[in-house]
Design a protein around this ligand. Structure first.
Ligand SMILES: CC(C)(COP(=O)(O)OP(=O)(O)OC[C@H]1O[C@@H](n2cnc3c(N)ncnc32)[C@H](O)[C@@H]1OP(=O)(O)O)[C@@H](O)C(=O)NCCC(=O)NCCS
Length: 199
């Protein structure tokens, strides 16, 4: 990876600055964030068989595809295109959910995305994970983190709100899902802003 010599503006984060080392890990109350491993594949299949995850993420995977999904995620970190963590239960390291950042290092912008298997929902693990990875991203030079969700996805809206994101507006018919094109609600979090609800 090298910087584009024709760009007039230097990259916010120079190529190679992120993935020169191993993917960071984090500890939160009841869980830890770690890279996905090959032995998470069965749980990934289970996740994408869940009705709501399948709907909002438009994917259904068999075991082979889940293994490829895991391998691709880890390659994307090496290429500094995205970074994906498993949210793993601290008692037995079982994968419960996922949080990712899709990276645009040249612009210092990233987008956060997540899902949680039904057994892990409602434990504030997603909210805590988003706070941790957004804080990490700001610390390594991403000044703006975006978050988008379906207008009817109230749990996702609550995650954005609880993490101090600001609602920016509606991207009309931006997401193609199995039942058609849907609006997306766009939120953002800027470096220096609190990671808690702003009321
Ligand atoms: C969105 C999702 C990741 C949230 O996971 P979670 O484990 O419930 O997250 P948290 O425990 O951190 O809580 C999120 C908030 O949603 C609320 N919530 C959870 N389930 C809810 C429901 N069915 N209706 C309304 N609010 C709900 C929680 O009370 C909490 O709000 P609060 O902080 O104001 O109390 C999870 O529901 C999920 O995986 N959904 C399917 C996939 C998906 O929507 N992915 C995101 C696409 S943008």
């Amino acid at each position: 990876m090298s910087a584009d010599p024709m760009r007039l503006v230097p990259p916010a984060i120079p190529p190679g600055a992120l993935a020169g080392g191993p993917q960071p890990t984090f500890t939160l109350d009841g869980a830890r964030l770690r890279p996905f491993r090959a032995d998470d594949a069965d749980r990934v299949v289970e996740a994408f068989a869940d009705e709501r995850i399948q709907y909002f993420h438009s994917r259904q995977l068999d075991h082979t595809q889940a293994a490829a999904w895991i391998a691709t995620n880890n390659e994307m970190w090496a290429a500094e295109q995205s970074v994906t963590w498993a949210i793993a239960d601290s008692t037995d390291d079982r994968m419960l959910g996922r949080v990712s950042l899709h990276l645009q290092p040249a612009h210092g912008v990233a987008e956060v995305a997540y899902w949680m298997l039904p057994e892990g929902r409602g434990r504030s693990l997603v909210t805590s994970s988003v706070r941790l990875v957004v804080d990490w991203a700001h610390g390594v030079g991403f000044h703006r983190i975006e978050l988008e969700h379906h207008p009817d996805n109230e749990p996702s809206r609550r995650v954005a709100d609880a993490c101090g994101f600001s609602f920016e507006g509606i991207r009309r018919r931006a997401h193609r899902l199995v039942d058609g094109d849907h609006d997306a609600w766009l939120w953002s979090h800027l470096a220096g802003e609190p990671l808690t609800r702003g009321d």
